[in-house]
Design a binder for this molecule. Structure first.
Ligand code: AVJ
Length: 328
């Protein structure tokens, strides 16, 4: 079946500038600890750089999760039943999707991503692989509740949220997001989610500061994007990529550190940074299996089955949106 043409668009003004991007950048650069939300790392160039990261030997999450999907796909298929609409949140390049679609009884596939351009490019290939599947891409910010297309309303929903993207959010927001997914998918639906686990700090740091410098490029690309889309003059070469462990929050943080005192402007506004000062660009929270279970429960998702690799590097959880009963 053909890919739907009518992508829903997010707000752009007449110059094609993403208003939310501009607001987030100007607000974030004005804060004491400068910060830009991680979602803005994923323009077309950033999404491609991220794909490159997943091929770096230090970045274990992608290979580990892929193996878990391959090894347990048949069981996932049995547990999720038939007449499914698979709704993938933050689908990106949809690399892992064929693995899942091969195993579950999907009639429709609804990839939801903030990068419409990337979405269009990657869903084309899937249409070739699964000619009988209805593919309905939605360009949307999945942090909010998404209205699913009317054409899939009679199907059972399986949410797919791989890659440990949930780790980008602080626990409070992670619970908000999982709740809003429950809202989007409804009672009786399932959620298959990948969550990166807490492990030795050295391995975590290496995964976010690879020897090839791909993660550094991915991070620095944000500055290039700001310059290009928001008329900035940030001297990108005077920044360096930092990956650091925040022990209180149990997360890897990515920062862009000024190597010297720097003045720059964005959208006509002036900003100054002292040497050593940073722009915080991403969090990647790490959870133990027990914490992951609690996170799901807190958002109304009942964990049904959890799979992980022998060294517990990564886990894949299948959860159900079951009716909430008040005790006892
Ligand atoms: C796509 C958010 C899961 O946090 O591991 C990888 C993003 N950033 N290397 C992660 C990322 C730097 C990735 N997620």
């Amino acid at each position: 079946m053909a890919v739907h043409a009518d992508l829903r668009l997010i707000a752009h003004d007449e110059d094609g500038i993403d208003l939310a991007f501009r607001a987030d950048v100007l607000r974030g650069l004005g804060e004491r600890q400068k910060a830009v939300p991680a979602r803005w790392l994923y323009d077309l160039a950033g999404s491609r750089l991220f794909e490159d990261i997943t091929r770096q030997p230090e970045y274990y999450p992608t290979t580990t999760e892929t193996r878990l999907l391959e090894a347990n796909g048949a069981e996932i298929g049995r547990l999720t039943g038939s007449d499914l609409a698979v709704v993938e949140f933050g689908s990106g390049s949809s690399n892992k999707t064929p693995l899942l679609l091969r195993e579950v009884a999907a009639a429709a596939y609804v990839p939801v991503d903030i990068s419409g351009e990337f979405l269009r490019q990657s869903t084309g290939a899937l249409a070739g692989l699964f000619p009988d599947l209805a593919i309905i891409p939605l360009e949307a910010d999945f942090l909010r509740t998404v209205e699913l297309p009317a054409s899939v309303r009679d199907l059972s929903f399986l949410g797919f949220f791989p890659g440990s993207t949930i780790g980008n959010l602080v626990p409070r927001r992670a619970v908000d997001l999982l709740r809003s997914m429950r809202e989007t998918l409804g009672e009786g639906s399932h959620l298959l989610i990948g969550i990166d686990c807490l492990k030795e700090i050295d391995r975590l740091i290496a995964a976010y500061d690879d020897a090839q410098g791909v993660t550094a490029e991915f991070n620095l690309n944000l500055l290039r994007r700001i310059n290009r889309e928001l008329g900035g003059d940030i001297p990108v070469g005077r920044f360096r990529h930092l990956a650091r462990w925040n022990a209180d929050w149990r997360r890897i943080e990515m920062h862009l550190e000024a190597r010297e005192d720097i003045d720059f402007t964005v959208w006509g506004r002036s900003f100054a940074m002292r040497r050593g000062e940073t722009i915080h660009t991403e969090n990647s929270h790490k959870y133990t299996p027990d914490q992951a279970r609690l996170l799901l429960h807190a958002a109304g998702w009942t964990p049904l089955r959890m799979w992980s690799d022998p060294s517990d590097d990564f886990l894949l959880a299948l959860a159900g949106a079951t009716e909430e009963r008040s005790a006892p």
